[in-house]
Design a protein around this ligand. Structure first.
Ligand SMILES: Nc1ncnc2c1ncn2[C@@H]1O[C@H](COP(=O)(O)OP(=O)(O)OP(=O)(O)O)[C@@H](O)[C@H]1O
Ligand SMILES: [Mg+2]
Length: 270
């Protein structure tokens, strides 16, 4: 597909859940792949000091002394100076590194600390169609920065009992951000990942839908876009291969789940 060249503003989407290991990074990477397939200019911002997304997506290994998103958040480094090519054409990466946790401690005393990422992204917003922010497993200052910078948030959830507890806290954070920092923050949807077809999962999803209806009304739970717990998803992602390059069931997953989400996000009105 032809590369996108429009000078329109990008759509910025945070991929979040305060719970660890639910699939935020995997989902971010698969959405970036879908955006690559669609020809969108895409930036992935890795906001997690574990830097898993950075290691999976960077075209070249990122040396420890490279400037990262940490330097842009607390220093006078521009986002454009931090960005490196990712493994797929038209996809760029703002890498994380071990210094991110130190940077976040420093960020705590910076003026307008919640707005730092928003300000950084503003300077590159005509250069990308889609900016995906991979959040760490916490509702701390990184995630607050992501939600303040974003047009939309996708909540990635594993349908288990823990997800229900997390939703109320997450909803409270979104409400706080809307009130104080980003009134237009949209909730694009809930992506159910590592899904197993069990009675428990079905019940949790029903309760999740009810909980969201109460706490974040209008947020779709993407029950027709569930992502199964399949080890080959993980293998492909860690090997830098798109799901579309895998066996038919992975290709279908790309077509059923990630590509339609990207089409909705980038095609949506601002
Ligand atoms: N649908 C899936 N099927 C099988 N394995 C998966 C699936 N989604 C994610 N995984 C694997 O589960 C682990 C956790 O996923 P991932 O790193 O994407 O979660 P995360 O929410 O980003 O975690 P963290 O909170 O630590 O940042 C990884 O090893 C990943 O490869
Ligand atoms: Mg992660």
């Amino acid at each position: 597909m032809a590369a996108s060249t429009s000078s329109q503003l990008s759509r910025t989407v945070a991929v979040a859940n305060q719970k660890g290991g639910v699939g935020k990074s995997t989902s971010t990477i698969c959405l970036a792949r879908a955006a690559h397939i669609a020809g969108h200019r895409t930036l992935v911002v890795d906001l997690d000091a574990q830097a898993n997304t950075t290691s999976d997506l960077a075209a070249e290994p990122v040396p420890a002394d490279t400037v990262t998103i940490a330097d842009a958040l607390v220093g006078d480094v521009e986002l454009a100076d931090v960005v490196v090519p990712a493994i797929w054409e038209r996809v760029m990466l703002a890498p994380a590194g071990a210094t991110l946790s130190v940077a976040l401690d420093q960020l705590a005393s910076v003026v307008a600390r919640e707005m730092r990422l928003r300000k950084l992204i503003k300077s590159v917003t005509t250069e990308y169609d889609l900016i995906l922010i991979d959040c760490p497993p916490a509702l701390g200052l990184s995630t607050v920065n992501a939600l303040t910078a974003a047009n939309d948030v996708i909540l990635v959830a594993e349908p288990d009992a823990w997800s229900l507890d997390a939703v109320a806290d997450f909803a409270q954070t979104v409400a706080d951000i809307r009130e104080d920092l980003n009134p237009n923050l949209g909730t694009a949807g809930v992506l159910l990942n590592r899904y197993r077809r069990t009675a428990e999962a079905t019940q949790v999803i029903d309760e999740l839908v009810a909980g969201l209806d109460a706490h974040l009304p209008g947020t779709p739970v993407w029950t027709d876009r569930t992502v199964p717990l399949w080890t080959d998803i993980s293998k492909h992602v860690h090997a830098g291969r798109g799901l579309d390059e895998g066996p038919p069931r992975l290709r279908q997953l790309m077509e059923r789940v990630y590509s339609p989400i990207v089409a909705e996000l980038v095609g949506g009105s601002r």
